[in-house]
Design a protein around this ligand. Structure first.
Ligand SMILES: Nc1ncnc2c1ncn2[C@@H]1O[C@H](COP(=O)(O)OP(=O)(O)O)[C@@H](O)[C@H]1O
Ligand SMILES: O=C(O)C1=C[C@@H](OP(=O)(O)O)[C@@H](O)[C@H](O)C1
Ligand SMILES: [Mg+2]
Length: 189
């Protein structure tokens, strides 16, 4: 097993622009970006993780202390910061598309991959919704998801329906599309 792994060529990927993953909570943005980073030798960053380290607080605490508006202000700041770095795979939080200025940053700075999921399928994937303050009630989540559909569609350069697919399959679909679009260039060493 170890021998086979060491014989596999090392892959180093380069991105022409930042790639932003958007979509509803539970779409798999964090998991797919992380998987793609590993298989393609590209750096990835999760906006929520980055934001939590920067603020020294969990997303849930920020919502409790500063409300959604407070969270969104920090989120915009972080998005701007990450959009200005060397191109990365960036998994965004599901609500990043709510602000007009964020949608402008996503469109202008990057290539946007929209991972589609229904609120019902997302609920079945997320075992513990306590870390997601806006996914506490399924009926509310269904409504929120419907309201956001046009916002995700507005920024998407690529849309992938994730229904019934696992993370590896989705990551392969994204990889192939990014290579075809000239956004991802892979060198096998
Ligand atoms: N395609 C998928 N099929 C099944 N489970 C998934 C899939 N994508 C993600 N998950 C699971 O759903 C949960 C949320 O995934 P995550 O990547 O954090 O989504 P997001 O960042 O879009 O909210 C995790 O437990 C993850 O393992
Ligand atoms: O949809 C949203 O408004 C949110 C999604 C979360 O990220 P994930 O989409 O990665 O769960 C996180 O940013 C926060 O709880 C708000
Ligand atoms: Mg996430």
């Amino acid at each position: 097993m170890r021998h086979e792994a060491s014989r596999r060529p090392r892959v180093v990927g380069e991105l022409a622009r930042p790639v932003f993953f958007v979509g509803f909570m539970g779409a798999g943005k964090t998991s797919v970006a992380r998987r793609l980073a590993r298989t393609c030798g590209v750096a990835s960053v999760d906006m929520d993780t980055y934001l939590e380290r920067r603020e020294g607080k969990r997303v849930k605490e920020i919502f409790a202390q500063a409300g959604e508006d407070g969270f969104r202000a920090i989120e915009t700041d972080v998005l701007r910061e990450l959009a200005g770095k060397e191109p990365l795979l960036v998994s965004c939080g599901g609500g990043v598309v709510k602000r007009d200025e964020n949608r402008a940053i996503l469109r202008d700075a990057g290539f946007v991959v929209y991972l589609k999921v229904t609120a019902d399928e997302a609920k079945s994937r997320i075992s513990d919704t306590s870390t997601r303050p806006l996914f506490q009630d399924l009926d509310v989540a269904r409504k929120t998801s419907e309201e956001r559909l046009p916002l995700y569609a507005e920024v998407a350069d690529l849309t992938i329906d994730t229904a019934g697919k696992n993370v590896a399959t989705i990551a392969r679909e994204v990889q192939s599309a990014l290579e075809k679009e000239g956004i991802l260039c892979l060198q096998r060493k």
